[in-house]
Ligand binder design. Structure first.
Ligand SMILES: *Cc1c(COP(=O)(O)O)cnc(C)c1O
Length: 416
């Protein structure tokens, strides 16, 4: 059964990488099979979290770990713990913060659209420093009795406070440090460096470079803080008189009611799928790099002789992956129209658009399957040939709509 064909949806060659708008990366057979097996039977979710969390912590070299529905949910749950701890009365009222500590301190250069994940549970953001630099005293003066946590992000340029500098000052004031390493772990050495630097909690995506299910992530770090995450997250629709201690850890599960994380629930398929993906990663961290290199080499050799594009080797620092940059300046076409044409044509292809503003397409190898590199190069040459003969229609909105309605009509015919 091809469910996507049945629904009239065209599948995509993913040259973007782990993009949420495309549903992440293709999953390996090993991960899909583990998810199928997990979905076939029931378990107690708190026990599954405890057992999987313990193994994931060991695989990562973290003190403790908890599986979330993504790194964004990990940021929300970490914030909830820093605002309300393990106190049922405080947990029950989030996003109203009952204690005094409700501020998240963040260097201005570390701001990101994912900050919404922290404010959503009731925190107030306080920016320190400037885009080019941050000074220690600018952090120090915000570390008062209103500070709940400091958020830190890796890989931001400029003269800013390192995770070690932030941690030293924050810990002196009794304030924990949360790191958003969604895109930056693996490699596992980066995680070790964050803990060495003093990070208390680290949020990681399960569906990016670890190649787990796209709706899985990890919050890892200090065992006392991770222990409180379940209180904000687990479904508490239980009968306290009959609900017994966990057979895995003996933890007493009777707490408050649903915490603010209840809407971020994680399926057993996601927990098991992520665990199996992590095992595969630790077994052979370079397996996918080798595969990706082959696909990129196919693209490089197919485009080498084409004067309309200049192919350069690039590197995606956060995801630690080599990429190809295809400069279209000499083609007479704009990257945006080529991107739209690759989406409209067959095979349907999505490429990285981060550098489209300077007429460069970025090809990530992470989501490419066998033969995708060659197919991408062939289609790109076709687009350049056609584009040189006649410019493409320039109104993506109108073209997009007519395209969708044709598909809708087909679908209607087949499923009246
Ligand atoms: C991708 C990303 C997230 C969110 O990760 P999900 O696993 O998709 O929830 C958070 N922060 C940053 C910096 C990211 O790049």
């Amino acid at each position: 059964m091809d469910i996507y064909a049945e629904l009239g949806i065209r599948t995509i060659i993913n040259a973007v990488g782990p993009a949420t708008r495309l549903g992440g990366l293709p999953l390996s057979d090993e991960v899909v099979e583990a998810m199928r097996a997990a979905g076939a039977r029931n378990v107690r979710m708190d026990e599954l979290q405890e057992a999987a969390g313990a193994e994931i912590a060991a695989l990562l070299g973290a003190p403790a770990a908890y599986v979330t529905s993504g790194a964004a949910a990990a940021l929300s749950l970490a914030t909830a713990v820093c605002l309300a701890g393990d106190r049922p009365a405080a947990i029950d009222v989030l996003p109203e913060v009952s204690g005094q500590r409700r501020r998240v301190i963040i260097q201005r250069a570390h701001r990101d659209p994912y900050d919404h994940a922290l404010t959503a549970v009731g925190a107030e953001l306080v920016e320190i420093g400037y885009p080019g630099s941050t000074r220690p005293d600018e952090l120090l003066r915000e570390l008062d009795e209103r500070a709940a946590l400091v958020l830190w992000r890796p890989g931001r340029g400029g003269d800013h406070l390192s995770v070690a500098e932030v941690s030293e000052l924050a810990h002196r004031a009794g304030v924990p440090v949360l790191v958003d390493a969604a895109m930056d772990v693996p490699p596992l050495e980066r995680l070790a460096a964050l803990f060495d630097g003093g990070a208390d909690l680290v949020a990681i995506s399960g569906g990016k470079a670890f190649r787990g299910p796209h709706t899985a992530g990890i919050l890892c770090g200090r065992a006392d803080l991770i222990g409180a995450v379940a209180l904000h997250h687990q479904d508490m629709d239980i009968r306290p008189r009959t609900w017994q201690r966990s057979e895995v850890t003996g933890a007493d599960p009777v707490r408050g009611r649903h915490g603010i994380g209840r809407g971020m629930k994680v399926g057993r398929e996601q927990i098991v799928g992520l665990l199996v993906a992590l095992r595969a990663f630790v077994r052979d961290p370079d397996a996918h790099h080798r595969h990706g290199e082959r696909e990129l080499a196919d693209i490089r050799s197919a485009l080498e002789a084409d004067a309309r594009c200049t192919v350069r080797d690039g590197y995606e620092h956060h995801l630690d992956v080599p990429v190809l940059e295809i400069d279209l300046s000499a083609s007479g076409l704009e990257a945006d129209e080529v991107v739209r044409e690759l989406d409209r044509g067959t095979p349907r292809i999505h490429v990285g658009e981060d550098l489209a503003w300077r007429n460069v397409l970025v090809v990530s190898p992470m989501g490419l399957q066998d033969g995708d590199g060659a197919a991408l190069a062939k289609r790109l040459i076709e687009v350049l040939d056609r584009g040189n003969a006649a410019r493409f229609p320039s109104e993506p909105g109108r073209d997009g709509r007519s395209h969708v309605s044709t598909q809708g009509a087909q679908r209607h015919d087949r499923h009246p």
